[in-house]
Design a protein around this ligand. Structure first.
Ligand code: NAD
Length: 358
């Protein structure tokens, strides 16, 4: 691993659940410019075990006590979706920078409240859309910005697989659970249509927006047959690019995620792996100028660690935000709500008009 820098961000992680154990604790300990300084979880057994495993200096059972610690610069919010906005607001009030897991919130209204709090705070606020730290996607983004010219069309797909859990169980650490963990009042998985959109749809939308910019309106169709939820979405981008998104859970095949982009001076085709393999997307960039295809290797595929390092760079070095900001998080929530409303009504829905949640 690259050596630790002298100046490092001291991070407190809220939540010692699945994503913290599989990604954030290790990301902070490996990051060159950050440290896992504290862990906060209401579940004593989980918190203390994770602190020993990952070597956190401090632990807190109470979030407000962690926020009052002057030695902590920033927090990662790794809790269930329902707690993202309340926990982010409290962190900003306490003067901490925030990296909040996706989706940033559940409703348009709470995201708007968060956006205004972020703007007033002057703190760095990043959303955990870690795919923006995939070197393959970053290479595509640079080509689009510098060489490709007009983007004519974008197709993107994100298809979770029936074989997902045997695959992730094989490569993730054993996830420790606790009967004392804090859960939202309603089980998020009670409504799978909503859960799949929030858990997976926000990744697909963020990838599309990362490449093609703002989405103005969507027209969606949803098929729910044979235990497969399949959304086909026509997307109107502000740029005039034609867009199509395919969110399908659960496909009867391997994990299937990727994109195709057609531009004036070239095209891009990308294949993205299940994130837990930490493998950079295979992205083929074809340049019309020399008639050749280029693919970056991206040997460092640890998107979650790269995400923490990018967050720390923005705070410590004042570099521009490399990840998704609060506007990106809000736009993703608006798009998910618009897709849900469009699928229900069969009509196109403008993102500017949506209220409420998925
Ligand atoms: N970016 C990704 O690839 C990715 C992958 C999986 C999950 N996620 C996101 O990560 C988030 C967390 O998911 P998870 O499965 O790890 O959740 P989880 O419920 O397993 O863990 C959350 C932990 O936070 C603790 N907690 C919650 N509120 C607390 C509070 N106020 N004070 C103290 N402790 C508190 C709970 O006790 C629990 O242990 C979700 O929003 C999910 O969408 C992201």
């Amino acid at each position: 691993m690259p050596a630790k820098h002298e100046r490092r961000l001291r991070v407190g992680v809220l939540g010692a659940g699945q994503i913290a154990q599989a990604a954030h604790f290790e990301s902070c300990t490996k990051a060159a410019n950050a440290d896992l300084f504290a862990i906060c979880d209401i579940a004593d057994d989980l918190r203390e075990r994770m602190a020993i495993t990952h070597g956190a200096e401090k632990t807190y059972g109470d979030y407000d006590r962690m926020l009052a610690d002057p030695e902590i610069d920033a927090v990662i919010i790794a809790t269930a979706d329902a707690f993202h906005v309340p926990a982010s607001l409290r962190a900003l009030q306490a003067g901490k920078h925030v990296l909040c897991e996706k989706p940033v919130g559940l409703t348009v209204e709470e995201c708007l409240e968060l956006k205004s709090a972020v703007e007033q705070s002057g703190k760095v606020f990043q959303v955990g859309h870690m795919k923006r730290f995939d070197a393959g996607l970053q290479a595509a983004k640079s080509f689009i910005a510098d060489e490709m010219g007009d983007m004519i069309a974008l197709k993107a797909w994100y298809c979770d697989s029936t074989h997902r859990y045997p695959m992730t169980d094989a490569v993730q650490p054993l996830i420790v659970t606790s009967a004392h963990a804090k859960k939202p009042s309603a089980n998020p998985k009670a409504d799978l249509r909503r859960y799949y959109m929030l858990a997976h749809g926000c990744h697909l939308i963020d990838t599309a927006r990362y490449f093609a910019g703002d989405i103005v309106a969507v027209q969606a169709r949803l098929s729910e047959r044979a235990g497969i939820w399949c959304w086909f979405v026509d997307v109107e981008f502000a740029s005039g690019t034609l867009g199509h998104l395919d969110l399908t859970v659960q496909v009867r095949m391997d994990w299937h995620e990727g994109f195709q982009i057609y531009g004036k001076n070239g095209s891009v085709i990308g294949k993205t792996y299940n994130p837990w393999y930490y493998k950079t997307s295979e992205v083929d960039i074809f340049r019309e100028a020399d008639g050749a295809t280029h693919r970056v290797l991206g040997a460092d595929g640890h998107f979650y660690r790269r995400q923490v390092e990018g967050f720390a760079r923005t705070i410590l070095d004042g570099t521009p935000m490399e990840g998704a900001d609060v506007d990106d998080g809000l736009a993703s929530v608006r798009a998910m709500v618009a897709i849900a409303r469009s699928a229900e009504t069969g009509k196109p829905v403008a993102l500017a008009d949506v209220t409420g949640g998925v």
